[in-house]
Design a protein around this ligand. Structure first.
Ligand code: UGA
Length: 456
């Protein structure tokens, strides 16, 4: 079957590559010529494990190609997957300009029955909107069906999430379109993946409800972390004790600086705004957003307290992307933290395995370093903001040797507090007690002894 995927951003590329891998003949289209030129030359614009290989393999095997010719792609396809951006507007609602444009193009190029599939996260009612644009533009009815097929990919594990999903959601009122969709996804059906088939509106809402619920878990544990700090409890044990209850589950209960990225902040704001526009309110979701803002502010107070004073201090920041295994810095808590540190007069030396290029224009005051130890050189404290695996095995001795003061502020709880203290560093984490270095070294108090290096 011939499929076009409109939009070669994150969702579009992963969807296109994986559908081609299912055996479909896929054409990825975008109006951005530079992007398509780069893709044709084998350069992919995002960092996502496994994506480059999958794109290459399917291109070489002739199932995947890229083009800027949107009309030809639409005319040549039975199913048109829409994966264009749906950015937020200042009031939290969603900008549907690109969706409207694509719907208009489909209307102009409707040369036979087509299944129009929304992959982008779109407000409830967008399926209807697309239908009305296509119907009005094409001047006739019955030759298309709109399907909502939300994606549940996580950046950093997107290929795995597409090929081994917890479920596939298909929303449509058209039995023929449903059959086509089930055919497209037959490799997953054969693998026993559960399918939820429903109407368009319910499918659209499943996406927002899922992201909002996951965000709720995160804000919930972040509030518990704050309470743990006040009461002397350990949030990691609390999360473990809760998560073992199968009704709660152990995922998305990791405390930290609050959720970021291109999805949770945007989708929670959007669904709250959708509810208000419908005359209601999502009080829990609104509270989740408030707690998320509060959590970031709380991390800054934590840094202020840990450093003593931020003005004139040097912080080594590890991790800039919003999560590991990606170079995406959209709504990254790390970027917000670095900006706030700089505003408070703190010098920042930073290291991230993938996101430094993306950060250079955003954070001009920052000194970007080649590894954690260079970042730590001369620093008054090392701040772990994103939990890249390579930050889980830092050599404490080497850090102590280069830092001005032996302090780690770990906003992701990567270490057992005692292990850091035993290595002679003060350790501040989230929802757990701060531990002081176990034993001063020969030079006396380890917190005072490091006047050895200034930041270069
Ligand atoms: C999220 C969802 O997990 C996907 O299912 C969904 O498809 C995607 O949004 C989307 O709507 O496109 P993603 O934004 O890639 O995926 O990243 P997550 O792994 O969900 O993390 C989001 C944020 O929550 C990150 O800032 C992360 O650090 C934070 N988080 C996550 C926590 O602070 N604690 C946790 O326990 C889990």
């Amino acid at each position: 079957m011939k499929i076009s995927v409109i939009g070669t951003g994150y969702v579009g590329l992963v969807t296109g590559a994986c559908l081609a891998d299912f055996g479909m003949e896929v054409i990825g289209v975008d109006k951005d010529e530079a992007k398509i030129g780069a893709l044709r030359a084998g350069r992919i614009p995002i960092y996502e494990p496994g994506l480059e290989n999958l794109l290459k393999k399917n291109e070489q095997e002739g199932r995947l190609s890229f083009s800027t010719d949107i009309p030809a792609a639409i005319q040549g396809s039975t199913a048109v997957f829409i994966a264009v951006g749906t950015p937020p507007l200042p009031d939290g609602s969603t900008d549907l300009t690109f969706i409207r444009q694509v719907a208009g193009s489909i209307a102009e190029n409707l040369n036979g029955y087509k299944v129009i599939v929304t992959k982008s996260t779109v407000p409830i009612g967008t399926g209807q909107l697309i239908s009305s644009i296509v119907r009005a533009g094409a001047g006739r009815d019955g030759e298309f069906a709109v399907v909502s097929n939300p994606e549940f990919l996580r950046e950093g594990s997107a290929i795995e999430d597409f090929l081994r999903p917890d479920r596939v959601v298909i929303g449509t009122g058209d039995p023929h379109a449903l059959r086509i969709m089930l055919d497209i996804y037959s490799p997953l059906r054969n693998a026993g993946v559960p399918f939820v088939t429903t109407d368009v509106e319910s499918a659209e809402l499943i996406k927002y409800a899922s992201n909002s619920f996951l965000a709720t878990k995160i804000s919930f544990i972040n509030e518990m972390a704050e309470l743990c700090e006040a009461l002397g409890a350990d949030v990691e044990v609390v999360a473990k004790g809760m998560g073992l209850d199968a009704r709660i589950g152990n995922q998305f209960l990791h405390p930290g600086p609050g959720f970021g990225g291109s999805c949770f902040p945007k989708d929670t704001r959007a669904v709250a705004s959708i509810a208000r526009a419908s005359g209601g309110r999502l009080r829990i979701v609104e509270a989740v957003l408030e707690v998320n803002d509060h959590t970031l502010r709380r991390m800054l107070s934590k840094l202020e307290t840990a450093f003593g004073s931020l003005a004139g201090a040097t912080a080594a920041v590890l991790g800039l992307s919003f999560k590991p295994e990606t170079d995406d810095v959209r709504e990254s808590p790390a970027v917000a933290i670095v900006r706030a540190l700089v505003e408070r007069g703190c010098r920042v030396r930073a290291y991230d395995p993938a996101a430094m290029e993306a950060c250079r224009p955003l954070l001009p005051e920052v000194v970007f370093c080649v590894n954690p130890y260079e970042a730590a050189t001369g620093a008054d404290g090392l701040v772990i903001v994103t939990e890249w695996n390579q930050f889980r095995k830092l050599q404490f001795e080497a850090l102590r040797d280069v830092m001005r003061r032996p302090l780690i502020v770990d906003l992701r709880n990567l270490y057992k507090p005692q292990e850091v203290a035993d290595a002679g560093l003060r350790y501040v984490s989230v929802g757990r007690a701060t531990v002081e270095p176990a034993a001063p070294d020969s030079a006396g108090d380890p917190l005072a002894r490091r006047a050895v290096k200034e930041a270069p």
